[in-house]
Design a protein around this ligand. Sequence first.
Ligand code: PMP
Length: 381
Amino acid sequence: MKHLFTPGPVPLPHEVASSGARPMIGHRSEEFSALLLRLQNRLRDLLKSSGPVVLLPSSGTGALESMVENLLRPDDVVISVSCGQFGLRFREMASRMDCQIVSVDVPWGEAVAPEAIAEAVRVHPEARAILLTHNETSTGVINPIHSIASVLPKERPLLLVDVVSSLGVTPCLPEVWGVDALAGASQKGLLCPPGVGVVWLSPRAWEALESLGHPKSFYFDLLGYRDSMEHLQSPYTPPISLFYSLDAALALLAEHGYAKWWKERRRFAAAFAAGAEAMGLDLLVRQKRHRSPGVTAIKTPEAKRLKDALYGMGVEVAGGLGALKGQIVRVAHYTDMGWPEMCLILGSIYGAAKSAGLSVNAGFLDVAQRVWEEDAPCGKC
Ligand code: PMP
């Protein structure tokens, strides 16, 4: 049996997998329009927004590229904030658009300080946009988007946020926070197979887009998607099976209660971190408040051997990316994991670490359990 602990794709809840196997429908049918309307309403509920949400037939990269293609133009000044590999990829997209990049770089494993961005905006008031990553999946850092948005001046560049690995697992509230555009994906916190990109724009960003006109990209023309959606249509053939899965996953999250779900994911992350540290392993992210609820990075010179040993046991985790290649293993916890899964992953890491030649301490489960119980909704379960 395989146990998937990678930061996307994630194991699918049964309802999500089975919904994807429903019979096909025509995408110009009333049934499809009803599905699209349901998805719109569910996503607006999740984002606490009344604006349209565009669904793209793409992974997260396509959704991010659509924001860049639609909202930026060559020679625009763009403040690109990076604290990891995905921040760098976002920057590369703007760079390929021939934008003038102002880089704000943060050491990997640390979160972005709101003041650093405020300062970049003060020095570059002409900037068209700020590019930010909410949850930096390559390090396991979650950035304080709300605090960042709140220190920016009223007259400010458009704030474009990558929520590929945060949407669903933690609050993403663009309207409440003052974000202008966000791009997410189906295969992590939304508990679906890969293949659906989610894009939301603020009224200010839609206005900017209207004045810029259509982008070069025909397929990722967000105005085209918005216009079609007003008639509950998709401009091109949509991934209908994935839409069914997304509908089921969003229903599941809403029925569970978003706040409860987010709390449970934080609880798992905190107890897992405590267990790993008690074992004697180092976590890449030192500051507890900046640790992601979806993915945790363990820093060890034996990262490759640890990952391979886990794989040999049937436990799949992810390795390091870019500058962290060979230095970390990343363990994801986006799904409905409880205490049994905690024992499975911590116990497997313990065994794998020993076989990789690392010296690890026993007693880690007691420590994890203490944190688990401290955070229990009913005090002990
Ligand atoms: N941004 C972030 C923060 C991510 O975690 C990922 C995927 N790991 C991407 C962008 C790229 O998304 P995709 O692989 O779905 O294209």
